[in-house]
Ligand binder design. Structure first.
Ligand SMILES: [Zn+2]
Length: 227
C-alpha cells in the first residue's frame, strides 16, 4: 500500500499491490496508478469510463501435458481451461493523456445526451436471464421461497442507473417500465458477482428486476427519464 494524492483533484488515493490472479473478478472500483507514476482517484477515473471502460478478455489455455499444470496470467491451469481477465486501460495512460481523456469524456457524454432527449440515463440491453432461487432444507414453505429475480445485462451509454430507478423500454409504440431493484457489476464474461451502488456511463452491469421483463430484448435501449 502506498498513499499518494490524486494528480487531478488532490484527494488522497491508495494504490494497492497489483493483483496477479484476478480471473476477471471485480472487487469494486479502485484508485488508479497511471503509467508515468502519477495516481488518480476512483472518482476522477469514473468520469472517463465512457471513453475508457474496463476491458474484459477471455482466453482458452491448454497446458502442455509434458510439464503438467501450467501457469497463465498468474492462474494455474490443469489440463485446459478458460482464463478471464479484466484490465483497466487507464493504467496505460500518462497524466496528460488522462486529462485529455477527461475532456474527451465530457464531449462523449454530450453526444450521448443528444441521442436520448429527456433521459437522465440510457443503457443498451444484452441478454436477460432468470436467477432462480429455490430455498432448500426442511420446514421451508416453497410457496414463499421461490423468488423472481431477473437480471438484464446492459452497457450504460449515458448517465447513471441506481437501485430504485425505473427503466423505460419502447416496442411498437408501446412503453414498458420496470423498477431496478439492485445493480450489479458484470464483467461481460461471467454471471454478475458484485453488487454496486450505481452503474455509470461506460460500465457493463446487470440490472436486477423482481418481476418478469419479457419486453426487454438484446439491443434494446433502456432509459431512465428525468424526473
Ligand atoms: Zn481525483
Amino acid at each position: 500500500m502506498d498513499t499518494m494524492q490524486c494528480a487531478v483533484c488532490g484527494s488522497p488515493v491508495t494504490i494497492a499491490e497489483k493483483q496477479t490472479e484476478q480471473d476477471g473478478i471485480f472487487y469494486g472500483w479502485k484508485d488508479v496508478a497511471l503509467k508515468d507514476g502519477n495516481a488518480v482517484c476512483k472518482g476522477c477515473a469514473e468520469k472517463t469510463r465512457i471513453v475508457f471502460p474496463l476491458r474484459s478478455s477471455k482466453t482458452f489455455a491448454v497446458s502442455s501435458a509434458r510439464f503438467g499444470s501450467g501457469s497463465f496470467n498468474g492462474k494455474t491451469i490443469d489440463g485446459k481451461g478458460w482464463i478471464n481477465a479484466l484490465a483497466d486501460p487507464l493504467e496505460q495512460l500518462t497524466l496528460d493523456e488522462f486529462r485529455q481523456a477527461m475532456q474527451d469524456a465530457e464531449q462523449a457524454a454530450e453526444v450521448q445526451a443528444a441521442r436520448f432527449p429527456g433521459a437522465r440515463a440510457a443503457a443498451e440491453a444484452d441478454f436477460t436471464y432468470r436467477h432462480y432461487i429455490r430455498a432448500g432444507g426442511s420446514g421451508v414453505n416453497t410457496k414463499y421461497s421461490d423468488e423472481k429475480q431477473y437480471f438484464t445485462c446492459v452497457k450504460v451509454l449515458y448517465g447513471e442507473i441506481r437501485p430504485g430507478d425505473t427503466v423505460c423500454i419502447t416496442h411498437k409504440d408501446r412503453e414498458y417500465t420496470a423498477e431496478v431493484s439492485e445493480v450489479w457489476f458484470w464483467n461481460y464474461l461471467d454471471s454478475p458477482h458484485c453488487a454496486i451502488e450505481k452503474a455509470f456511463a461506460g460500465v457493463t452491469a446487470a440490472l436486477l428486476f423482481r418481476k418478469e421483463v419479457p419486453f426487454i430484448y438484446p439491443g434494446d435501449i433502456l432509459t431512465v427519464k428525468e424526473s
